[in-house]
Design a protein around this ligand. Sequence first.
Ligand code: GDP
Ligand code: MG
Length: 597
Amino acid sequence: TPSAQIRNFCIIAHIDHGKSTLADRMLQITGAVSERDMRAQYLDRMDIERERGITIKSQAVRMPWELGGETFALNMIDTPGHVDFTYEVSRSLAACEGAILLVDAAQGIEAQTLANLYLALENDLHIIPVLNKIDLPAADPEKYAKELASLIGGKPEDVLRVSGKTGVGVQELLDRLVQEIPAPRGDSDAPARAMIFDSVYDAYRGVVTYVRMIDGSLSPRERIQMMSTGANHELLEIGVSSPEPIPSKGLGVGEVGYLITGVKDVRLSKVGDTVTTARKPATDALPGYTDPKPMVFSGLYPIDGSDYAELREALDKLKLSDASLVYEPETSVALGFGFRCGFLGLLHLEIITERLAREFDLDLITTAPSVIYEVLTSDTGETVTVTNPSEYPDGRIGSVSEPMVKAAILLPKDYVGTVMELCQSRRGTLLGMEYFSEERVELRYNIPLGEIVFDFFDQLKSKTQGYASLDYEPSGQQEADLVKVDILLQGEKVDAFSSIVHRDKAYSYGTMMAERLRKLIPRQQFEVPIQAAIGARIIARETIRAIRKDVLAKCYGGDITRKRKLLEKQKEGKKRMKMVGRVEVPQEAFIAALSGD
Ligand code: GDP
Ligand code: MG
Protein backbone atom coordinates (compact mmCIF):
# COMPACT_ATOMS: atom_id res chain seq x y z
CA THR A 1 0.00 0.00 0.00
CA PRO A 2 1.40 3.46 -0.90
CA SER A 3 1.92 5.51 2.24
CA ALA A 4 -0.62 8.14 1.13
CA GLN A 5 -3.33 5.55 1.71
CA ILE A 6 -2.17 4.42 5.13
CA ARG A 7 -3.46 5.67 8.48
CA ASN A 8 -1.82 4.44 11.67
CA PHE A 9 -3.71 5.05 14.90
CA CYS A 10 -4.27 3.74 18.38
CA ILE A 11 -7.04 4.02 20.92
CA ILE A 12 -6.15 5.50 24.26
CA ALA A 13 -8.58 5.10 27.12
CA HIS A 14 -8.92 4.43 30.81
CA ILE A 15 -9.55 0.79 31.62
CA ASP A 16 -13.20 -0.26 31.02
CA HIS A 17 -14.05 2.78 28.91
CA GLY A 18 -14.71 0.43 26.01
CA LYS A 19 -11.56 0.18 23.90
CA SER A 20 -11.81 -3.55 23.19
CA THR A 21 -15.51 -3.32 22.39
CA LEU A 22 -14.95 -0.43 19.98
CA ALA A 23 -12.11 -2.37 18.33
CA ASP A 24 -14.53 -5.30 17.86
CA ARG A 25 -17.08 -3.03 16.15
CA MET A 26 -14.43 -1.59 13.83
CA LEU A 27 -13.28 -5.08 12.83
CA GLN A 28 -16.87 -5.96 12.06
CA ILE A 29 -17.89 -2.78 10.24
CA THR A 30 -14.78 -2.73 8.04
CA GLY A 31 -15.31 -6.41 7.24
CA ALA A 32 -11.83 -7.36 8.55
CA VAL A 33 -13.52 -10.11 10.55
CA SER A 34 -16.53 -11.91 9.11
CA GLU A 35 -19.77 -12.14 11.09
CA ARG A 36 -19.17 -15.86 11.43
CA ASP A 37 -15.72 -15.49 13.02
CA MET A 38 -16.61 -12.57 15.26
CA ARG A 39 -16.34 -13.07 18.99
CA ALA A 40 -16.20 -10.58 21.82
CA GLN A 41 -12.82 -8.99 22.65
CA TYR A 42 -11.36 -10.36 19.43
CA LEU A 43 -7.91 -8.89 19.95
CA ASP A 44 -7.48 -9.88 23.60
CA ARG A 45 -5.88 -13.24 23.03
CA MET A 46 -4.62 -14.43 26.37
CA ASP A 47 -7.17 -16.19 28.59
CA ILE A 48 -6.31 -13.94 31.50
CA GLU A 49 -6.96 -10.89 29.34
CA ARG A 50 -10.42 -12.08 28.45
CA GLU A 51 -11.34 -13.10 31.97
CA ARG A 52 -10.13 -9.95 33.60
CA GLY A 53 -11.18 -7.80 30.67
CA ILE A 54 -7.79 -6.13 30.43
CA THR A 55 -5.38 -5.91 27.53
CA ILE A 56 -1.88 -7.01 28.49
CA LYS A 57 -0.02 -7.36 25.22
CA SER A 58 -0.69 -4.94 22.45
CA GLN A 59 -1.70 -6.15 19.02
CA ALA A 60 -1.86 -4.55 15.62
CA VAL A 61 -4.54 -5.06 13.02
CA ARG A 62 -5.08 -3.81 9.51
CA MET A 63 -8.56 -2.89 8.28
CA PRO A 64 -9.65 -1.75 4.81
CA TRP A 65 -11.83 1.38 4.63
CA GLU A 66 -13.24 3.11 1.59
CA LEU A 67 -13.73 6.86 1.36
CA GLY A 68 -14.36 8.96 -1.75
CA GLY A 69 -13.73 6.01 -4.08
CA GLU A 70 -10.31 5.26 -2.60
CA THR A 71 -9.40 2.31 -0.39
CA PHE A 72 -7.32 3.06 2.68
CA ALA A 73 -5.48 0.74 5.01
CA LEU A 74 -6.24 1.58 8.64
CA ASN A 75 -3.70 0.13 11.02
CA MET A 76 -5.03 -0.02 14.55
CA ILE A 77 -2.40 -0.60 17.20
CA ASP A 78 -3.90 -1.71 20.49
CA THR A 79 -2.16 -0.50 23.64
CA PRO A 80 -2.24 -1.91 27.17
CA GLY A 81 -4.10 0.46 29.46
CA HIS A 82 -2.40 -0.25 32.78
CA VAL A 83 0.37 1.76 34.48
CA ASP A 84 2.63 -1.29 34.76
CA PHE A 85 2.95 -1.35 30.99
CA THR A 86 3.57 2.32 30.26
CA TYR A 87 6.72 1.46 28.34
CA GLU A 88 4.76 -0.66 25.90
CA VAL A 89 2.12 2.04 25.60
CA SER A 90 4.67 4.64 24.63
CA ARG A 91 6.28 2.32 22.04
CA SER A 92 2.86 1.68 20.49
CA LEU A 93 2.13 5.39 20.38
CA ALA A 94 5.42 6.09 18.63
CA ALA A 95 4.25 3.80 15.82
CA CYS A 96 1.19 5.97 15.08
CA GLU A 97 0.33 9.37 13.61
CA GLY A 98 -3.00 9.68 15.39
CA ALA A 99 -4.98 8.53 18.41
CA ILE A 100 -8.61 8.12 19.33
CA LEU A 101 -9.04 9.53 22.82
CA LEU A 102 -11.90 7.37 24.07
CA VAL A 103 -13.87 8.44 27.13
CA ASP A 104 -16.86 6.76 28.76
CA ALA A 105 -19.78 9.21 28.41
CA ALA A 106 -21.08 8.22 31.84
CA GLN A 107 -17.72 8.57 33.63
CA GLY A 108 -15.68 11.33 32.07
CA ILE A 109 -11.90 11.65 32.09
CA GLU A 110 -9.97 9.32 34.40
CA ALA A 111 -6.34 9.10 35.51
CA GLN A 112 -5.19 6.78 32.74
CA THR A 113 -7.01 8.83 30.11
CA LEU A 114 -4.80 11.72 31.12
CA ALA A 115 -1.57 9.75 31.47
CA ASN A 116 -1.98 8.24 28.00
CA LEU A 117 -3.10 11.54 26.49
CA TYR A 118 0.10 13.20 27.71
CA LEU A 119 2.14 10.39 26.16
CA ALA A 120 0.26 10.83 22.88
CA LEU A 121 0.88 14.58 22.88
CA GLU A 122 4.59 14.02 23.55
CA ASN A 123 4.62 11.85 20.43
CA ASP A 124 2.90 14.63 18.39
CA LEU A 125 -0.12 12.50 17.59
CA HIS A 126 -3.26 13.97 16.10
CA ILE A 127 -6.00 13.43 18.71
CA ILE A 128 -9.60 12.58 17.84
CA PRO A 129 -11.76 13.00 20.96
CA VAL A 130 -14.59 10.45 21.22
CA LEU A 131 -17.26 9.84 23.83
CA ASN A 132 -18.28 6.19 24.07
CA LYS A 133 -21.27 4.32 25.52
CA ILE A 134 -23.78 7.01 24.53
CA ASP A 135 -26.43 4.27 24.59
CA LEU A 136 -26.21 4.17 28.39
CA PRO A 137 -29.08 5.91 30.21
CA ALA A 138 -26.52 7.46 32.57
CA ALA A 139 -24.50 8.92 29.69
CA ASP A 140 -24.10 12.70 29.80
CA PRO A 141 -22.36 13.53 26.50
CA GLU A 142 -23.07 17.30 26.75
CA LYS A 143 -21.25 17.60 30.03
CA TYR A 144 -18.30 15.41 29.14
CA ALA A 145 -17.89 16.89 25.65
CA LYS A 146 -17.23 20.20 27.40
CA GLU A 147 -14.78 18.54 29.76
CA LEU A 148 -12.89 16.94 26.85
CA ALA A 149 -12.90 20.08 24.73
CA SER A 150 -11.49 22.15 27.57
CA LEU A 151 -8.79 19.55 28.13
CA ILE A 152 -7.48 19.29 24.58
CA GLY A 153 -8.76 22.51 23.06
CA GLY A 154 -11.42 22.71 20.34
CA LYS A 155 -15.20 22.84 20.42
CA PRO A 156 -17.53 20.47 22.29
CA GLU A 157 -19.41 19.89 18.98
CA ASP A 158 -16.28 18.34 17.48
CA VAL A 159 -16.24 15.60 20.08
CA LEU A 160 -17.60 12.52 18.38
CA ARG A 161 -20.30 10.45 20.12
CA VAL A 162 -20.36 6.70 19.59
CA SER A 163 -21.43 3.42 21.07
CA GLY A 164 -19.03 0.54 20.65
CA LYS A 165 -21.83 -1.70 21.77
CA THR A 166 -24.51 -0.75 19.25
CA GLY A 167 -22.18 0.59 16.55
CA VAL A 168 -23.73 4.07 16.45
CA GLY A 169 -21.24 6.64 15.16
CA VAL A 170 -18.51 4.11 14.33
CA GLN A 171 -18.69 4.62 10.53
CA GLU A 172 -18.32 8.35 11.01
CA LEU A 173 -15.36 7.71 13.27
CA LEU A 174 -13.69 5.56 10.56
CA ASP A 175 -14.20 8.39 8.04
CA ARG A 176 -12.65 10.89 10.40
CA LEU A 177 -9.59 8.68 10.88
CA VAL A 178 -8.96 8.89 7.13
CA GLN A 179 -9.70 12.62 6.88
CA GLU A 180 -7.83 13.88 9.92
CA ILE A 181 -4.87 11.64 10.64
CA PRO A 182 -1.79 12.50 8.57
CA ALA A 183 -0.43 9.85 6.21
CA PRO A 184 2.91 8.43 7.34
CA ARG A 185 6.03 10.03 5.89
CA GLY A 186 9.39 8.41 5.37
CA ASP A 187 12.17 7.90 2.82
CA SER A 188 11.49 4.83 0.71
CA ASP A 189 15.00 4.88 -0.83
CA ALA A 190 16.85 5.09 2.50
CA PRO A 191 18.25 2.00 4.30
CA ALA A 192 15.46 0.12 6.04
CA ARG A 193 14.45 1.19 9.55
CA ALA A 194 11.54 -0.48 11.31
CA MET A 195 10.54 0.10 14.92
CA ILE A 196 9.61 -2.90 17.06
CA PHE A 197 6.55 -2.03 19.13
CA ASP A 198 5.67 -5.51 20.26
CA SER A 199 7.20 -8.94 20.32
CA VAL A 200 5.27 -12.05 21.32
CA TYR A 201 6.17 -15.69 21.67
CA ASP A 202 3.98 -18.14 19.81
CA ALA A 203 4.41 -21.85 20.54
CA TYR A 204 4.11 -22.74 16.83
CA ARG A 205 5.76 -19.84 15.03
CA GLY A 206 8.39 -18.80 17.56
CA VAL A 207 8.79 -15.10 18.18
CA VAL A 208 6.46 -12.87 16.17
CA THR A 209 7.79 -9.31 16.02
CA TYR A 210 5.43 -6.43 15.25
CA VAL A 211 7.01 -3.50 13.47
CA ARG A 212 6.21 -0.16 11.97
CA MET A 213 8.30 0.67 8.87
CA ILE A 214 9.76 4.16 9.10
CA ASP A 215 12.16 4.23 6.11
CA GLY A 216 12.98 1.83 3.28
CA SER A 217 11.43 -1.60 2.98
CA LEU A 218 11.83 -5.21 4.06
CA SER A 219 11.13 -8.33 2.03
CA PRO A 220 10.97 -12.08 2.75
CA ARG A 221 14.22 -14.12 2.69
CA GLU A 222 16.25 -11.01 3.40
CA ARG A 223 18.74 -10.97 6.31
CA ILE A 224 17.70 -8.51 8.97
CA GLN A 225 19.72 -7.00 11.77
CA MET A 226 18.71 -5.74 15.23
CA MET A 227 20.43 -2.40 15.78
CA SER A 228 20.87 -2.62 19.59
CA THR A 229 22.60 -6.01 19.57
CA GLY A 230 23.75 -6.52 15.97
CA ALA A 231 21.97 -9.90 16.01
CA ASN A 232 21.37 -11.17 12.49
CA HIS A 233 18.51 -13.39 11.24
CA GLU A 234 16.95 -14.51 8.01
CA LEU A 235 13.39 -13.30 7.53
CA LEU A 236 11.31 -16.44 7.11
CA GLU A 237 7.99 -14.66 6.83
CA ILE A 238 6.75 -11.10 6.68
CA GLY A 239 3.13 -10.05 6.63
CA VAL A 240 0.22 -8.12 8.04
CA SER A 241 -2.40 -9.03 10.66
CA SER A 242 -5.81 -8.57 9.24
CA PRO A 243 -6.31 -9.64 12.06
CA GLU A 244 -5.29 -13.19 11.15
CA PRO A 245 -1.71 -13.25 9.82
CA ILE A 246 -1.44 -12.85 6.04
CA PRO A 247 2.05 -13.26 4.52
CA SER A 248 2.98 -10.45 2.12
CA LYS A 249 5.72 -9.64 -0.41
CA GLY A 250 7.17 -7.02 1.85
CA LEU A 251 6.55 -3.93 3.94
CA GLY A 252 7.15 -0.37 2.77
CA VAL A 253 7.19 3.09 4.35
CA GLY A 254 4.42 3.61 6.92
CA GLU A 255 3.26 0.02 6.90
CA VAL A 256 2.63 -2.01 10.02
CA GLY A 257 3.18 -5.74 10.04
CA TYR A 258 4.91 -8.72 11.56
CA LEU A 259 8.26 -10.48 11.06
CA ILE A 260 9.09 -14.12 11.76
CA THR A 261 12.69 -15.31 11.88
CA GLY A 262 12.39 -18.64 13.70
CA VAL A 263 13.99 -17.11 16.79
CA LYS A 264 12.63 -18.60 20.02
CA ASP A 265 13.52 -15.94 22.56
CA VAL A 266 11.84 -12.52 22.70
CA ARG A 267 14.98 -11.02 24.22
CA LEU A 268 16.47 -11.14 20.72
CA SER A 269 13.83 -8.82 19.36
CA LYS A 270 13.17 -6.25 21.99
CA VAL A 271 10.36 -3.73 22.05
CA GLY A 272 11.77 -0.33 21.09
CA ASP A 273 14.67 -1.69 19.03
CA THR A 274 15.23 -0.80 15.36
CA VAL A 275 15.32 -3.46 12.62
CA THR A 276 17.46 -2.84 9.56
CA THR A 277 18.87 -5.05 6.79
CA ALA A 278 22.27 -6.78 6.97
CA ARG A 279 22.95 -5.90 3.32
CA LYS A 280 22.44 -2.15 3.62
CA PRO A 281 22.27 -1.31 7.33
CA ALA A 282 21.03 2.07 8.55
CA THR A 283 23.56 4.11 10.52
CA ASP A 284 21.27 5.62 13.17
CA ALA A 285 18.78 3.69 15.26
CA LEU A 286 15.34 5.21 15.85
CA PRO A 287 15.08 7.06 19.17
CA GLY A 288 13.63 5.59 22.32
CA TYR A 289 15.26 2.33 23.10
CA THR A 290 15.58 1.52 26.82
CA ASP A 291 15.13 -1.72 28.73
CA PRO A 292 12.02 -1.65 30.89
CA LYS A 293 13.09 -1.76 34.53
CA PRO A 294 11.57 -4.02 37.16
CA MET A 295 10.13 -1.99 40.04
CA VAL A 296 8.75 -4.61 42.40
CA PHE A 297 10.48 -7.76 43.65
CA SER A 298 9.15 -10.81 45.35
CA GLY A 299 10.34 -14.34 46.22
CA LEU A 300 8.45 -17.19 44.56
CA TYR A 301 8.70 -20.58 46.28
CA PRO A 302 7.06 -23.88 45.38
CA ILE A 303 4.88 -25.08 48.24
CA ASP A 304 6.08 -28.58 47.42
CA GLY A 305 9.88 -28.38 47.35
CA SER A 306 10.08 -31.08 44.65
CA ASP A 307 8.46 -28.63 42.19
CA TYR A 308 11.58 -26.45 42.14
CA ALA A 309 12.88 -27.71 38.79
CA GLU A 310 9.44 -27.27 37.27
CA LEU A 311 9.26 -23.71 38.55
CA ARG A 312 12.61 -22.93 36.91
CA GLU A 313 11.43 -24.39 33.61
CA ALA A 314 8.16 -22.46 33.78
CA LEU A 315 9.98 -19.16 34.44
CA ASP A 316 12.33 -19.88 31.52
CA LYS A 317 9.30 -20.41 29.28
CA LEU A 318 7.50 -17.26 30.43
CA LYS A 319 10.67 -15.27 29.88
CA LEU A 320 10.55 -16.27 26.21
CA SER A 321 7.40 -14.22 25.83
CA ASP A 322 7.98 -11.54 28.45
CA ALA A 323 11.40 -9.90 28.35
CA SER A 324 10.56 -7.68 31.32
CA LEU A 325 10.40 -10.63 33.73
CA VAL A 326 13.68 -11.13 35.64
CA TYR A 327 14.55 -13.83 38.18
CA GLU A 328 17.43 -15.51 39.97
CA PRO A 329 17.64 -18.44 42.38
CA GLU A 330 17.28 -17.67 46.06
CA THR A 331 17.10 -19.75 49.23
CA SER A 332 15.22 -19.08 52.40
CA VAL A 333 15.44 -20.81 55.78
CA ALA A 334 11.70 -20.74 56.08
CA LEU A 335 10.67 -21.52 52.53
CA GLY A 336 13.51 -23.53 50.99
CA PHE A 337 14.58 -23.08 47.37
CA GLY A 338 12.91 -20.54 45.16
CA PHE A 339 13.46 -17.52 42.93
CA ARG A 340 13.66 -13.80 43.49
CA CYS A 341 11.66 -12.25 40.66
CA GLY A 342 11.43 -8.68 39.42
CA PHE A 343 8.22 -7.25 37.97
CA LEU A 344 7.14 -4.01 36.32
CA GLY A 345 4.48 -3.56 39.00
CA LEU A 346 1.88 -5.34 41.07
CA LEU A 347 -0.42 -6.24 38.21
CA HIS A 348 2.53 -7.74 36.37
CA LEU A 349 3.37 -9.79 39.49
CA GLU A 350 -0.23 -11.00 39.72
CA ILE A 351 -0.35 -11.93 36.05
CA ILE A 352 2.88 -13.92 36.25
CA THR A 353 1.89 -15.82 39.41
CA GLU A 354 -1.52 -16.52 37.95
CA ARG A 355 0.02 -17.83 34.72
CA LEU A 356 2.40 -20.04 36.71
CA ALA A 357 -0.55 -21.52 38.58
CA ARG A 358 -2.79 -21.85 35.57
CA GLU A 359 -0.55 -22.77 32.67
CA PHE A 360 2.04 -24.75 34.65
CA ASP A 361 -0.07 -26.06 37.51
CA LEU A 362 2.34 -24.82 40.19
CA ASP A 363 1.34 -24.12 43.81
CA LEU A 364 3.43 -21.18 44.91
CA ILE A 365 4.00 -18.98 47.89
CA THR A 366 4.84 -15.36 47.15
CA THR A 367 6.74 -13.28 49.71
CA ALA A 368 5.69 -9.71 50.44
CA PRO A 369 6.62 -7.45 47.49
CA SER A 370 9.65 -5.22 47.97
CA VAL A 371 10.88 -2.22 46.03
CA ILE A 372 14.52 -1.34 45.27
CA TYR A 373 16.33 0.27 48.21
CA GLU A 374 19.71 1.87 47.82
CA VAL A 375 21.89 1.68 50.90
CA LEU A 376 24.99 3.83 51.28
CA THR A 377 27.26 1.84 53.61
CA SER A 378 28.90 3.66 56.52
CA ASP A 379 32.18 1.73 56.37
CA THR A 380 33.11 1.43 52.69
CA GLY A 381 30.92 4.21 51.36
CA GLU A 382 29.66 2.02 48.50
CA THR A 383 26.03 1.89 47.38
CA VAL A 384 24.33 -1.47 47.80
CA THR A 385 21.12 -2.23 45.93
CA VAL A 386 18.69 -4.23 48.03
CA THR A 387 15.68 -5.99 46.53
CA ASN A 388 15.44 -8.59 49.28
CA PRO A 389 15.35 -7.47 52.93
CA SER A 390 17.51 -10.42 53.94
CA GLU A 391 20.40 -8.85 51.96
CA TYR A 392 20.27 -5.63 53.98
CA PRO A 393 23.82 -4.73 55.11
CA ASP A 394 22.98 -4.72 58.83
CA GLY A 395 25.19 -2.65 61.07
CA ARG A 396 26.78 -0.79 58.14
CA ILE A 397 23.95 1.54 57.25
CA GLY A 398 24.96 5.10 56.35
CA SER A 399 21.77 6.17 54.66
CA VAL A 400 18.92 4.51 52.79
CA SER A 401 16.93 5.76 49.85
CA GLU A 402 13.73 4.42 48.37
CA PRO A 403 12.05 4.80 44.96
CA MET A 404 9.44 7.54 44.67
CA VAL A 405 6.61 7.98 42.21
CA LYS A 406 4.62 10.96 40.98
CA ALA A 407 1.04 9.89 41.46
CA ALA A 408 -1.99 11.52 39.86
CA ILE A 409 -5.35 10.78 41.46
CA LEU A 410 -8.62 11.86 39.87
CA LEU A 411 -11.62 11.95 42.14
CA PRO A 412 -14.94 13.65 42.89
CA LYS A 413 -14.33 16.72 45.07
CA ASP A 414 -16.31 15.34 48.04
CA TYR A 415 -13.58 12.79 48.69
CA VAL A 416 -10.62 15.16 48.62
CA GLY A 417 -10.25 15.24 52.43
CA THR A 418 -10.34 11.46 52.84
CA VAL A 419 -7.87 10.86 50.04
CA MET A 420 -5.46 13.50 51.32
CA GLU A 421 -5.50 11.77 54.70
CA LEU A 422 -4.74 8.46 53.04
CA CYS A 423 -1.84 9.92 51.05
CA GLN A 424 -0.42 11.61 54.13
CA SER A 425 -0.56 8.38 56.11
CA ARG A 426 1.48 6.87 53.25
CA ARG A 427 4.11 9.61 53.51
CA GLY A 428 2.99 11.42 50.38
CA THR A 429 3.85 15.07 49.67
CA LEU A 430 1.20 17.10 47.90
CA LEU A 431 2.52 18.60 44.67
CA GLY A 432 -0.63 20.18 43.37
CA MET A 433 -4.38 20.16 43.05
CA GLU A 434 -6.42 21.08 40.01
CA TYR A 435 -10.13 21.22 39.19
CA PHE A 436 -11.06 19.50 35.93
CA SER A 437 -14.69 20.43 36.19
CA GLU A 438 -16.92 21.63 39.00
CA GLU A 439 -16.95 18.22 40.59
CA ARG A 440 -13.72 16.57 39.61
CA VAL A 441 -10.32 17.20 41.02
CA GLU A 442 -6.84 15.98 40.25
CA LEU A 443 -4.46 15.55 43.19
CA ARG A 444 -0.77 15.15 42.49
CA TYR A 445 1.50 13.56 45.06
CA ASN A 446 5.11 12.55 45.36
CA ILE A 447 4.85 9.29 47.28
CA PRO A 448 7.11 6.29 48.04
CA LEU A 449 6.47 3.37 45.69
CA GLY A 450 6.84 1.04 48.68
CA GLU A 451 3.73 2.63 50.20
CA ILE A 452 1.72 2.14 47.02
CA VAL A 453 2.59 -1.49 46.31
CA PHE A 454 0.71 -2.88 49.28
CA ASP A 455 -2.96 -2.07 49.44
CA PHE A 456 -2.99 1.58 48.44
CA PHE A 457 -5.18 1.10 45.39
CA ASP A 458 -7.74 -1.01 47.30
CA GLN A 459 -7.84 1.59 50.07
CA LEU A 460 -8.26 4.39 47.56
CA LYS A 461 -11.12 2.59 45.87
CA SER A 462 -12.92 1.71 49.08
CA LYS A 463 -12.55 5.22 50.54
CA THR A 464 -14.05 6.79 47.40
CA GLN A 465 -16.66 4.16 46.64
CA GLY A 466 -14.76 3.24 43.54
CA TYR A 467 -14.76 6.77 42.08
CA ALA A 468 -11.06 7.58 42.29
CA SER A 469 -8.53 6.54 39.67
CA LEU A 470 -4.79 6.41 39.96
CA ASP A 471 -1.80 6.67 37.68
CA TYR A 472 1.85 7.06 38.53
CA GLU A 473 5.34 7.27 37.08
CA PRO A 474 8.76 6.82 38.66
CA SER A 475 10.33 10.01 40.01
CA GLY A 476 13.71 8.82 41.30
CA GLN A 477 15.16 7.72 44.65
CA GLN A 478 14.78 9.73 47.87
CA GLU A 479 16.44 9.35 51.24
CA ALA A 480 14.16 8.22 54.08
CA ASP A 481 14.32 7.04 57.68
CA LEU A 482 13.96 3.36 56.93
CA VAL A 483 14.82 0.39 59.11
CA LYS A 484 14.81 -3.36 58.73
CA VAL A 485 12.58 -5.25 61.11
CA ASP A 486 13.54 -8.89 61.74
CA ILE A 487 11.34 -11.55 63.22
CA LEU A 488 13.07 -14.07 65.50
CA LEU A 489 11.89 -17.46 66.73
CA GLN A 490 13.80 -18.44 69.87
CA GLY A 491 16.50 -16.03 68.85
CA GLU A 492 16.77 -17.29 65.23
CA LYS A 493 15.97 -14.91 62.38
CA VAL A 494 13.22 -16.05 60.01
CA ASP A 495 14.39 -14.52 56.73
CA ALA A 496 11.07 -14.57 54.86
CA PHE A 497 9.53 -12.17 57.41
CA SER A 498 12.20 -9.48 57.45
CA SER A 499 10.85 -6.25 56.06
CA ILE A 500 12.20 -2.78 55.33
CA VAL A 501 9.76 -0.20 56.68
CA HIS A 502 9.69 3.40 57.77
CA ARG A 503 10.78 3.85 61.40
CA ASP A 504 7.32 5.10 62.40
CA LYS A 505 5.76 1.87 61.18
CA ALA A 506 8.35 -0.57 62.53
CA TYR A 507 6.54 -1.15 65.81
CA SER A 508 3.16 -1.91 64.26
CA TYR A 509 4.74 -4.27 61.71
CA GLY A 510 6.66 -6.06 64.47
CA THR A 511 3.70 -6.56 66.80
CA MET A 512 1.43 -7.64 63.97
CA MET A 513 3.83 -10.34 62.74
CA ALA A 514 4.66 -11.59 66.26
CA GLU A 515 0.98 -11.91 67.11
CA ARG A 516 0.19 -13.64 63.86
CA LEU A 517 2.95 -16.21 64.36
CA ARG A 518 1.94 -16.89 67.97
CA LYS A 519 -1.47 -17.92 66.73
CA LEU A 520 -0.11 -20.02 63.87
CA ILE A 521 2.81 -21.95 65.36
CA PRO A 522 1.81 -24.99 67.46
CA ARG A 523 3.10 -25.34 71.00
CA GLN A 524 6.40 -27.19 71.41
CA GLN A 525 8.05 -29.12 74.25
CA PHE A 526 9.66 -25.90 75.38
CA GLU A 527 8.75 -22.25 75.55
CA VAL A 528 9.29 -20.33 72.29
CA PRO A 529 9.75 -16.57 72.34
CA ILE A 530 8.78 -14.67 69.17
CA GLN A 531 10.49 -11.31 68.86
CA ALA A 532 10.57 -8.42 66.47
CA ALA A 533 13.85 -6.56 66.35
CA ILE A 534 15.60 -3.64 64.70
CA GLY A 535 19.23 -4.74 64.74
CA ALA A 536 19.86 -5.88 68.31
CA ARG A 537 16.97 -3.93 69.77
CA ILE A 538 13.80 -5.91 70.53
CA ILE A 539 10.68 -3.91 69.75
CA ALA A 540 7.96 -6.52 70.33
CA ARG A 541 7.62 -9.92 71.97
CA GLU A 542 5.10 -12.77 72.19
CA THR A 543 5.52 -16.21 73.76
CA ILE A 544 4.29 -19.65 72.75
CA ARG A 545 3.95 -21.61 75.97
CA ALA A 546 5.39 -25.14 76.25
CA ILE A 547 3.25 -28.27 76.17
CA ARG A 548 3.80 -30.64 79.02
CA LYS A 549 2.66 -34.03 77.88
CA ASP A 550 4.11 -35.87 74.99
CA VAL A 551 1.72 -37.20 72.35
CA LEU A 552 2.09 -40.82 73.30
CA ALA A 553 0.91 -40.15 76.82
CA LYS A 554 -2.59 -40.08 75.41
CA CYS A 555 -2.57 -43.77 74.54
CA TYR A 556 -0.73 -44.78 77.62
CA GLY A 557 -0.83 -48.49 78.25
CA GLY A 558 -3.26 -48.83 75.40
CA ASP A 559 -3.37 -50.63 72.14
CA ILE A 560 -0.06 -50.92 70.33
CA THR A 561 -1.33 -50.46 66.75
CA ARG A 562 -2.89 -47.19 67.69
CA LYS A 563 0.44 -46.09 69.10
CA ARG A 564 2.24 -47.05 65.89
CA LYS A 565 -0.31 -45.25 63.76
CA LEU A 566 0.18 -42.15 65.78
CA LEU A 567 3.95 -42.36 65.30
CA GLU A 568 3.54 -42.86 61.54
CA LYS A 569 1.27 -39.89 61.36
CA GLN A 570 3.72 -37.77 63.26
CA LYS A 571 6.50 -38.76 60.87
CA GLU A 572 4.42 -37.78 57.86
CA GLY A 573 3.64 -34.48 59.49
CA LYS A 574 7.36 -33.88 60.01
CA LYS A 575 8.04 -33.80 56.29
CA ARG A 576 6.05 -30.61 56.03
CA MET A 577 7.80 -29.12 59.02
CA LYS A 578 10.60 -26.61 58.76
CA MET A 579 13.18 -26.30 61.51
CA VAL A 580 14.07 -22.83 62.68
CA GLY A 581 16.78 -23.57 65.23
CA ARG A 582 15.08 -26.10 67.52
CA VAL A 583 11.60 -24.93 66.67
CA GLU A 584 9.42 -27.01 64.39
CA VAL A 585 7.17 -24.88 62.26
CA PRO A 586 4.59 -26.31 59.88
CA GLN A 587 5.09 -24.83 56.44
CA GLU A 588 1.43 -23.81 56.42
CA ALA A 589 2.14 -21.45 59.32
CA PHE A 590 4.69 -19.57 57.22
CA ILE A 591 2.35 -19.44 54.30
CA ALA A 592 -0.55 -18.22 56.40
CA ALA A 593 1.60 -15.58 58.10
CA LEU A 594 2.83 -14.29 54.74
CA SER A 595 -0.56 -14.19 53.09
CA GLY A 596 -1.84 -12.15 56.05
CA ASP A 597 -5.47 -11.32 56.54
P1 GDP B 1 -11.61 -1.71 27.78
O1 GDP B 1 -11.11 -2.06 29.15
O2 GDP B 1 -11.41 -0.26 27.49
O3 GDP B 1 -11.06 -2.59 26.69
O4 GDP B 1 -13.20 -1.90 27.83
P2 GDP B 1 -14.12 -3.06 27.27
O5 GDP B 1 -14.32 -2.95 25.81
O6 GDP B 1 -13.65 -4.36 27.81
O7 GDP B 1 -15.52 -2.62 27.93
C1 GDP B 1 -15.70 -2.52 29.33
C2 GDP B 1 -17.17 -2.74 29.66
O8 GDP B 1 -17.98 -1.73 29.09
C3 GDP B 1 -17.71 -4.06 29.13
O9 GDP B 1 -18.61 -4.59 30.07
C4 GDP B 1 -18.44 -3.65 27.86
O10 GDP B 1 -19.49 -4.53 27.54
C5 GDP B 1 -18.97 -2.27 28.21
N1 GDP B 1 -19.11 -1.42 27.03
C6 GDP B 1 -18.15 -1.13 26.13
N2 GDP B 1 -18.63 -0.29 25.18
C7 GDP B 1 -19.92 -0.03 25.50
C8 GDP B 1 -20.96 0.78 24.92
O11 GDP B 1 -20.79 1.45 23.90
N3 GDP B 1 -22.16 0.79 25.56
C9 GDP B 1 -22.40 0.07 26.68
N4 GDP B 1 -23.61 0.15 27.22
N5 GDP B 1 -21.46 -0.68 27.25
C10 GDP B 1 -20.23 -0.74 26.68
MG1 MG C 1 -9.63 -4.09 26.71
